[in-house]
Structure formats: structure tokens, C-alpha cells
Design a protein around this ligand. Sequence first.
Ligand code: ZN
Length: 168
Amino acid sequence: MVKASPPIRRCLACNYSLEFLSTCRCPECGREFNPMDSNTFAVSRPLTRGWFIATVVVWLYPIGLLVAPYIAWLIAWATLRRRPQPSGDWPGNISILLDLFQFLYAISIIAFPAAVALGIIANIWLARAYLLSFTRAAWLHLGFILMWVSSIAISRFDPWRIGIWFFD
Ligand SMILES: [Zn+2]
């Protein structure tokens, strides 16, 4: 279990951290707060390491799906010592490692709707933990969706016909 970090007091107006101050005034924007009155400041929890790793995994998932066939192709090239052919050099016939790789990739593809859903939840949580403004939170979600869309688009475009080799 990851222990939760202590909450951080933040300015209601500008979100600046209000920890370790000698006065009850935001050093960034000058807004006053009362340390005994929780209505005068916001509270956020910094990312724990477990959450941080989960967020990174969720963001790297679409990139992983995009590059996995290329990594498999390079492994096949290194094993065969020549360029793998789309018909004939089936990944499973080249090495057991590629067979396993293809199997894990198939599972990752099946799990992709769950990965998208988990990503959106992670981003909502991230926006809350860091008290992001509506605009910043919207950019966070847009960035995540764009990453998925571009990964899928590049996979489908498949300029070097590597996807065809991998899925064949
Ligand atoms: Zn402030």
C-alpha cells in the first residue's frame, strides 16, 4: 500500500502553495487566508508514487501499442539477419519471444477500452489533485484523446507495412 501524502494548503485565488509561510497572506497574489478556517484556502494532495506510476502507464499505453509491432519487427530482423517479409516470415515462426510478444499485444488490444476509461479517470483525478482550472483540465483530456487518436491513425496508416506483417 502507498501511504497518502499530507494535504497541501493552496490559495483559493491563484492555487499557489500556502505551506511554510510566516504570514497568513498568499505570497503570489496577496489574498489573505485563515489557517484555522478551511473555507479560506483550498486543499490538494500531491501525487503519491503509486498514482504517479499508474498515470504514466495509462499515458504511455497508446504509444506502447503503436511502437510494439516495430519493436517486434526489429527483433525479427535481428533474428533473421535480413528484412522480414510480410508473407512467409510469420512472427511466431521466427522465435518464441515474438510469439509471446504477439500474444501480449493481442491482450493489450482487447484491454484497450478499459485503458481509455482508466486514462480518463486518472486525468479527472489528476485535475482534482492539482486543482487545475477548467481550461487546463480540458487541455489534459484533449491531449490524452489526441494521443489515442494519433496512435490509432498512425497504426492504420502503417507506412512500412509492419502492422500487416505483425497481424498476419
Ligand atoms: Zn494567491
